[in-house]
Structure formats: structure tokens, C-alpha cells
Design a protein around this ligand. Structure first.
Ligand code: GLN
Ligand code: ZN
Length: 768
């Protein structure tokens, strides 16, 4: 009997019900009871979906009000002491305090320089290589655990009362500790001994509550684990096994490689592997996993939105079934948290495109079809298979997807298209002569405040209530205002301010061929925040210039250099759902070519400086070290293809933020941008030390103030940071700029901050 199950379901709701309920609760409009009622209703509906698709279990424990890792912090009673919980708070109060912090007195505004006001939330970071952010548990040597299982047990009871067979999903103990952060440098692994008895206790309670299986997620088995961590698995799982409930060890996102035999050997009742990310491991796992264990094959892609190629899935599954006498289950590769709920009726997508896609709900149905085909023969689901085949054939043959002109343009690129004509030193001399900028030149990262007026104008234009010409006039007025402000402040290299852009990827995706945008394809990013990634379905081409008119208009208003502003190919790729029918590298190269033509068009329009933002370069890095060089190779080449079509006198900037870059410095240097601006102020220039030690060869603008806070930085603070920067990077290569774009700020604080920043630059110039 082939069973089907999922590792987790999106919890935000088909209409983002959870988001809206959470935000109402935070505004004080609904109480905890009302919020709990919304949650219970969502769970019931989601389990009903799973049941309707014939899954053998419903998934319990994947629901979270904010984040599943934060739920584990409360489940195991290890909230950091700094929150000072007394036990009088409700669990939800505790959860939202961990997630959102407490602002006693706005630290940002008081200017005292202390960080002790209020309680900052737990840090947030990306869940492996996804765009989902989890709350990072804080551990120290004094961390103690105490089991608080009631909320989870209530959910099991809710599912049981609805008549469902229950599989509970939890983060496994090793991954939970790994994902945390040791505040005092304590050894997280040393906490395992005291944590394991609580897991055992919990497993026994779940069994008593009627859970048939417990899935323990250990995605860290797909990382390059230190030896003591992989060693700890055996001891840990021997103990957990003793609790007596069947355990499904779940791995995903990355090949198991050297951990494969370990994963097969662990004393658990079943193993889940990611057959989408690591199809080559299905065969060895099928051979090595003892027959008394269940093999759960992640066969439907849980990370992407394409309708599955069911024939290819069946072909992949058949040899596994032939090799195994033991049970095989079918599942998505990972939790469906990372895909939209459904795209089947999305109002913004055309009918043809919709048939190519599968959201979480459609993926449940794909599992059912595969299970039926393997159990009763393909004729049992002939119609379903035929429909899937027809959609796939249409997608493959579609002239919207494969465009010979795009392939030809890429093929026509000379091999050295990703090299500037001259080395940096030569370009630098030419550019210095051309722009004649002072020492410590000042600039900004691109966006200026997206004011309510700008957003209202765009909304009206999109609704059709504001004519194109009127919208154009309104945006030009914003650009003119931004230029006037920058001239008055005395900035050296100006930007147009990005008023006309909703989002740095969407703006370009909407103008490029090959992208589509859903109306409701939301994916949870963190807490109540969701993102709606573009759907990159076809060969990418640029039918017309995208930014030239706005930039040229801005340049016409000033004698100072106007910096053109583009989003780079890697970032556009990284923040979209991308094609599964060609390598990411090829898709990225197509985007790169489109951006390259935009860059050369800007140059032709008289724009002498162009910035190509790549904030997402670091986050695309593969989880396994061995695959990183290959990624950095094609990603770097894509950036350089975009950047290298210009003359020596045209200055190329790039910008990066949101990450630690020190482990990819050689790759960043290999981009060969004339100037890089980076986020550094929050690390007090520590990040820059890496650039200094590495002897980063080109010019650098280390951010001198954090744009995430409305606080106006003092000139003295920025002077201090710039002196610190001058100690590690030769002063004649330094630029002065904020950490990132200013779109989330308001004008008064923006002007005040930039005034101080320009003053700081002038002070340094005078010293020189
Ligand atoms: N140019 C963009 C801006 O200023 C860069 C944003 C980013 O780095 N995330 O908003
Ligand atoms: Zn940035």
C-alpha cells in the first residue's frame, strides 16, 4: 500500500486570513479568543483539503501563529531570560513578545546610545535557502528546558475530534539546536543531553493523544555538518526511538551525501528524502534503507509552482518501488509552506498559464494521482494523466516559453562579453578625469521616500482612475523634487529616487517578456508578512527600454552626475519563482542580457554612472559548500554580462545588503564593479574589515548609517565610522553613503540624515 502525506501546509490561508487576523489582534481590534477561532478554522479547512485529496494522515504541528521555530522555543520552555517571562503571560503574549519585542521607550529616538531600552525581538534569519524567515532561538550555557505541550496536544485533539488520522510534525532536536544561536559562545550541542528527555516525554504524550506518527525534521542532514553534530544523531535517535511512537525522520532542500548512510541507519520507523533536489540519491537510499522502514519519497516539488511532470515522477518512482520490499510513501519534497495556496483561479494570470501551475492544493491532488497510478495502474487515472500531459506539452511547445531570438542573442555574445574593455586601474583614471569628484564622494543607494502620495497615485493609476499622462506628470514632479533636495544637500552623485517603482524586482519583471504576476500567489515571508514572487515562465527579453526616460529626465535637471538604477540578474532570479525546464544559470544569463541592453541604452542616453543592485547574491549560495563555486561562477558571469557592455568612462556601481559577505569576497571582487556600496553600519564597520584584509581592489562605499531606523545619525558618529573605514581601506577609494535605499523613510529625517552625512564627508576631506 503506497501512502501519501505532506510535510506541512501553508498556514496563512487562501485569502491570507491569518495575516489579517494577526494584524487586527496586534492593533487591539480582536482578542485572543477571536484570533484562536480563526486559527482553528484554518486548521480544520486545511486538514479537510488533505483528507479530500486522500492523504493517509493530516499534518498537525505545521500551523504556527508566527513561526514554527518560535513555537518550539515555547514548547520546550527555553525563552531567553532577557524577556523576563513570569508565567503570568498567556502563551500568545509570550509568542508575540518573542517575535515582535517590546518597545518601552523608542530606543531609536531617544538618542542615548544604549541598547537596553525595551526588549528587542528574537533575531530573524532565513530558513535554509528559502525566503521564509524564522525566529532564531537564543541559547546560553544556562539555558534550561521545560516542556509546555498543551497547545500542541490541543491541536492533536482538534484533528482527532474531526476524525483525522494524525501525523505530528516537529523540528528535530539537532536541527532545533543548530538553528539557534549561542549568546555567550556556549556550545549548543552540549544542550542536547538536557533537551532529549523532553523530546522523549513529548513523543510519549503525543502517542497517548492518538498521534500515529511523528515527523522529526532534520534538514541539517543536508549541510556540511561538523563531525560532533553528525555523531550526536545516533545517540539522540536511540533515545527518541524509546518513546514508542513511530518516527519519520524528514530531510529536504539538499543532498544527504556523506550523511546518507547515517540517515538510513538511524533507529526510526521511516525516512523522508527530497527526490526533487537530490533525485540521484533515491536509488542508494532505496538500496540502503532497511525494509522494515518506510521510505517517504519527496516527489512533487515543494519549492516551486510548476505542475508536476507526472510521467517523469512515475518513471523516477518505479525503480524505487522495484528495489524495495518495504513501504514507500509519496510526499512533496518539503513543506508546502514555500508555495502559494492555489493559483488555479488567479484573476491576474491568463487561462493558459494557470494550467501550467500548481499551488499547494493542486500538489495534494498530484500526490493522489501518482498514488493511484502506481497502485491501480495508469488507466485508473487516465484522464488526470492526460490533462497533465496536455498542459506540459503546451508549455513545452509554447512560443511564449521558448524564443529562438533570445537563444540567438545569447549565442551571439562574444566569450569576453563579461569583461570590461580595460582593467580597473585604467577605468578609474578615465572616470576620475571625467567626473572630477571630490575625495569621499557622497551618494545614496537609489530610492527616496515612497510617500503616501506616491503610493496613492500609483494605486489610482493601476485602478484606471489616473490617466497615464497624469501619473507620468506626478512621478516627474517627485523626481524633480528629489533632484532639488539632493542638489541643496550638496550630494555629489545623484539618483532619481525610484518614485515610479513599486518594488525593485516587480518593476523590471513587469516590463520584461517571460514574467507573469499573480493576484493572490502569496507566500509567507515572516509572521504576517507575505511576498508575491513573480512567475518567471519563459525566455526573458526586453521589448523596450525600462528606465531610460525617467533617468534621462532626472539627468536633464542637473549638471551633476545622475546614477542610473537597475536591479541585477541574480537578484531578479532569486526573488522569483523560476523555470524548472532549464538550468537557473541559463535563465540568469537571459536576464543579464536584458539588463545589459538597458545599461548600454542608459549610456547612450548620456548617463555616465549606472548601479546594478545585487542584494540577493549571497542568499543564492547553495547549502553545500561543494556546489558554491559553480554558483558563484555563473552568478558572477551574469552580473558581468549585464555590466560590461559599456566604455571605460562609464562607471558601474553595485550594491549589496542583508547579509554577511565575508565568505564570498573573492566572488564579489570578481564582479569587477567600479564601486560597491554595502550595508556595514549595523556591524560598526566590522564587515569592512574583511574587505580590507582581503585587499578588495576597487572603490567601496561602506554604509555609514542604518536606514531601518528613523533616528537621524549624528555627523560625529559617521565621521567615526569613516575614520574606522579609512584604517582598513585606502581613503582615496572610499565613498560615503547610507546602508541601503531610503524608500521606507520620511522626507524630514532623510534630509536631516543626509545633511549630516554630507557634513561628515566634508570634515574628512578637510582633514586630508
Ligand atoms: N536601489 C534600491 C533602493 O535604493 C536597493 C534596494 C536594496 O538593496 N534592497 O531601494
Ligand atoms: Zn540594500
Amino acid at each position: 500500500m503506497i501512502k501519501t502525506h505532506i510535510l506541512g501546509y501553508p498556514r496563512i490561508g487562501a485569502q491570507r486570513e491569518l495575516k489579517f487576523a494577526l494584524e487586527r489582534h496586534w492593533r487591539g481590534e480582536i482578542d485572543e479568543l477571536a484570533l484562536e477561532a480563526v486559527a482553528a478554522d484554518l486548521r480544520a479547512r486545511h486538514w479537510a483539503d488533505q483528507r479530500a485529496a486522500g492523504l493517509d494522515f493530516v499534518s498537525v504541528g505545521d500551523f504556527a501563529f508566527y513561526d514554527q521555530v518560535a513555537d518550539h522555543v515555547l514548547l520546550f520552555g527555553c525563552a531567553p531570560a532577557r524577556f523576563g517571562f513570569t508565567g503570568t503571560e498567556t502563551p500568545l503574549q509570550q509568542l508575540f513578545t518573542l517575535a515582535r519585542g517590546v518597545a518601552t521607550e523608542a530606543h531609536d529616538d531617544c538618542g542615548c546610545g544604549h541598547t537596553s531600552h525595551g526588549k528587542p525581538a528574537l533575531e530573524m534569519t532565513k530558513w535554509f535557502d528559502t525566503n521564509y524567515h524564522y525566529l532564531v532561538p537564543e541559547f546560553d550555557a544556562a539555558t534550561r528546558f521545560a516542556l509546555a505541550p498543551d497547545r500542541l496536544l490541543d491541536q492533536v485533539a482538534q484533528a482527532r475530534a474531526l476524525g483525522h488520522a494524525v501525523k505530528v510534525t516537529l523540528v528535530g532536536p539537532l536541527s532545533f539546536l543548530w538553528l539557534g544561536k549561542a549568546k555567550d559562545g556556549a556550545d549548543r550541542l552540549a544542550l542536547l543531553e538536557s533537551l532529549l528527555p523532553l523530546y522523549c516525554d513529548l513523543l510519549a504524550r503525543l502517542k497517548a493523544a492518538g498521534a500515529e506518527w511523528v515527523q522529526l525534521d532534520e534538514p541539517i542532514l543536508g549541510l556540511d555538518l561538523p563531525g560532533d553534530w553528525s555523531l550526536a544523531f545516533e545517540r539522540a535517535y536511540h533515545l527518541l526511538h524509546g518513546a514508542g511512537v513511530p518516527l519519520l525522520l524528514a530531510t529536504y532542500f539538499s543532498p544527504l551525501q556523506e550523511n546518507l548512510s547515517l540517515a538510513c541507519k538511524l533507529p526510526v520507523a521511516g525516512l523522508h528524502v527530497d527526490g526533487v533536489r537530490a533525485p540521484e540519491e533515491l536509488r542508494p537510499v532505496a538500496d540502503w534503507l532497511p525494509d522494515h522502514k518506510v521510505l517517504s519519497v519527496g516527489i512533487v516539488d515543494g519549492r516551486n509552482i510548476w505542475r508536476a511532470d507526472l510521467d517523469a515522477c512515475l518513471e523516477r518512482l518505479r525503480p524505487v518501488l522495484e528495489r524495495r520490499a518495504g513501504a514507500v510513501w509519496l510526499a512533496p519534497s518539503c513543506s508546502l509552506l514555500h508555495v502559494p495556496f492555489t493559483l488555479a483561479h488567479d484573476a491576474a494570470l491568463d487561462a493558459e498559464l494557470r494550467t501550467w501551475l500548481a499551488g499547494a492544493r493542486e500538489k495534494l491532488n498530484e500526490l493522489r494521482i501518482l498514488q493511484q497510478a502506481l497502485t491501480h495502474g495508469e488507466q485508473a487515472v487516465a484522464m488526470d494523466l492526460a490533462a497533465a500531459r496536455a498542459a506540459l506539452a503546451a508549455r513545452r511547445a509554447s512560443p511564449r516559453v521558448s524564443r529562438p531570438d533570445v537563444a540567438a542573442a545569447l549565442a551571439a555574445l562574444p566569450p569576453d562579453a563579461d569583461r570590461r574593455a580595460s582593467p580597473f586601474a585604467q577605468r578609474q583614471a578615465v572616470q576620475r578625469a571625467r567626473f572630477d569628484l571630490p575625495a569621499f564622494p557622497t551618494t545614496t543607494i537609489g530610492s527616496f521616500p515612497q510617500t503616501p502620495a506616491i503610493r496613492a497615485a500609483r494605486a489610482a493609476w493601476r485602478r484606471g482612475d489616473l490617466a497615464d499622462a497624469a501619473y507620468d506628470t506626478a512621478m516627474r514632479a517627485e523626481i524633480a523634487h528629489a533632484v532639488r533636495v539632493q542638489e541643496a544637500l550638496g550630494l555629489d552623485v545623484l539618483v532619481h529616487g525610484e518614485a515610479e517603482r513599486n518594488d525593485m524586482v516587480e518593476y523590471f519583471g513587469e516590463q520584461l517578456d517571460g514574467f507573469a504576476f499573480s493576484a493572490n500567489g502569496w507566500v509567507q515571508s515572516y509572521g504576517s508578512r507575505c511576498v508575491k514572487p513573480p512567475v518567471l515562465y519563459g525566455d526573458v527579453a526586453r521589448p523596450a527600454p525600462m528606465t531610460v526616460a525617467w533617468t534621462a529626465y532626472a539627468q536633464s535637471l542637473t549638471a551633476r552626475p545622475m546614477k542610473g538604477m537597475l536591479t541585477g540578474p541574480v537578484t531578479i532570479l532569486q526573488w522569483s519563482f523560476v523555470r524548472d525546464d532549464q538550468p537557473r544559470a541559463l535563465t540568469c544569463a537571459q536576464i543579464a542580457l536584458a539588463i545589459r541592453t538597458e545599461v548600454t541604452d542608459l549610456e547612450r542616453a548620456g548617463i555616465g554612472i549606472v548601479q546594478i543592485d545585487e542584494p540577493a547574491l549571497r542568499e543564492g549560495l547553495p547549502l553545500r559548500r561543494a556546489s558554491r563555486d559553480a554558483y558563484l561562477d555563473w552568478a558572477g558571469r551574469a552580473f558581468r554580462i549585464a555590466a560590461s557592455g559599456v566604455a571605460d568612462a562609464t562607471q558601474i556601481h553595485t550594491h549589496m545588503c542583508y547579509a554577511e559577505f565575508n565568505d564570498i569576497l573573492p566572488a564579489i571582487a570578481a564582479l569587477d564593479a567600479d564601486v560597491i556600496t554595502i550595508e556595514t553600519s549595523r556591524s560598526d564597520m566590522e564587515l569592512l574589515a574583511g574587505f580590507g584584509a582581503f585587499a578588495y581592489p576597487n572603490e567601496i562605499g561602506p554604509g555609514v548609517y542604518d536606514i531601518h531606523s528613523p533616528r537621524v545619525p549624528a555627523t560625529a558618529d559617521m565621521v567615526r565610522l569613516l575614520r574606522k573605514a579609512s584604517a582598513v581601506v585606502p581613503a582615496d577609494r572610499l565613498w560615503v553613503n547610507p546602508d541601503c535605499g531610503l524608500k521606507t523613510r520620511a522626507w524630514p529625517e532623510t534630509e536631516a540624515a543626509l545633511r549630516n552625512m554630507v557634513a561628515a564627508a566634508r570634515l574628512l576631506r578637510d582633514e586630508a
